[in-house]
Design a protein around this ligand. Structure first.
Ligand SMILES: [Zn+2]
Ligand SMILES: [Zn+2]
Length: 238
């Protein structure tokens, strides 16, 4: 039986940004782009059969930055065989600048590719009904969760905000908070849909617990606060 690697390296290739802020401000000079991460087994060289790129939607500027990051790792886009899309929104699906040759990426179905068998998914619906988080353990034993728009970025998380231009229903918003609770219950580091990685600390969870009552429809999902309290106890006990 082939060796199953249970630890993965990860490297952010494109740090996402979102011009629309939770308070309604719009930063017109900011790129609307998602966060994309390269993941491959610890102790192995990046190759077509063992490396996956999450949410590979690159803007022109994001692609240039990603190419520099890849060069530092000693590889090219052509060395990556798989892509994983957290949810089917256009700003997360495969996109490269028009003058870049079409790559031969295959979609990753977690569990089906042996070198990447240690990657698992968990549903985090709300923002999108079929939203998935991709989870793995880093070499330092931290649990990394790539959650797409399950969390937009740290500021949106702290504001208990959701992407309101999509026009969510009450039940979708409540589902979003349950997903946030699931994410914060399990992750040590959250890679959000449109921002830099977020380290889950006792301070962050304490702040979120304090502000949760102001979240829209918080009264319909008190279990979310219970989950945050349980996580906080774990973090404070650690
Ligand atoms: Zn989305
Ligand atoms: Zn998005």
């Amino acid at each position: 039986m082939a060796h199953r690697n249970n630890h993965f390296n990860w490297h952010v290739l494109q740090t996402g940004s979102l011009p629309l802020r939770p308070d309604g401000m719009i930063h017109h000079r900011w790129d609307h782009r998602c966060t994309s991460v390269l993941i491959w087994p610890y102790g192995e060289r990046i190759a077509r059969d063992n490396a996956v790129l999450t949410d590979p939607c690159f803007t022109d500027a994001g692609y240039s930055d990603a190419a520099v990051e890849l060069k530092e790792l000693g590889v090219y886009f052509e060395d990556i065989g798989y892509v994983f899309v957290t949810h089917l929104h256009a700003d997360h699906m495969l996109h490269l600048p028009y003058d870049v040759p079409a790559p031969r990426f295959r979609p990753l179905r977690p569990g089906e590719v042996e070198p990447l068998a240690g990657l698992t998914t968990v549903p985090v619906p709300g923002h999108h009904a079929l939203q998935l988080a991709l989870m793995f353990t880093a070499p330092d034993e931290r649990a990394i969760w790539v959650v797409g728009d399950g969390v937009l970025d740290e500021e949106w998380l702290r504001a208990w905000g959701f992407y309101w231009p999509n026009g969510y229903t009450q039940s979708e918003i409540v589902e979003t908070w349950f997903s946030v609770a699931r994410i914060l219950g399990g992750a040590d580091v959250v890679v959000p849909g449109h921002g830099a990685p977020i380290v889950i600390t006792a301070e962050l969870v304490r702040d979120l617990l304090a502000t949760f009552p102001q979240a829209p429809h918080a009264e319909l999902c008190p279990e979310v606060a219970d989950a945050l309290r349980a996580r906080l106890a774990g973090l404070e006990g650690a």
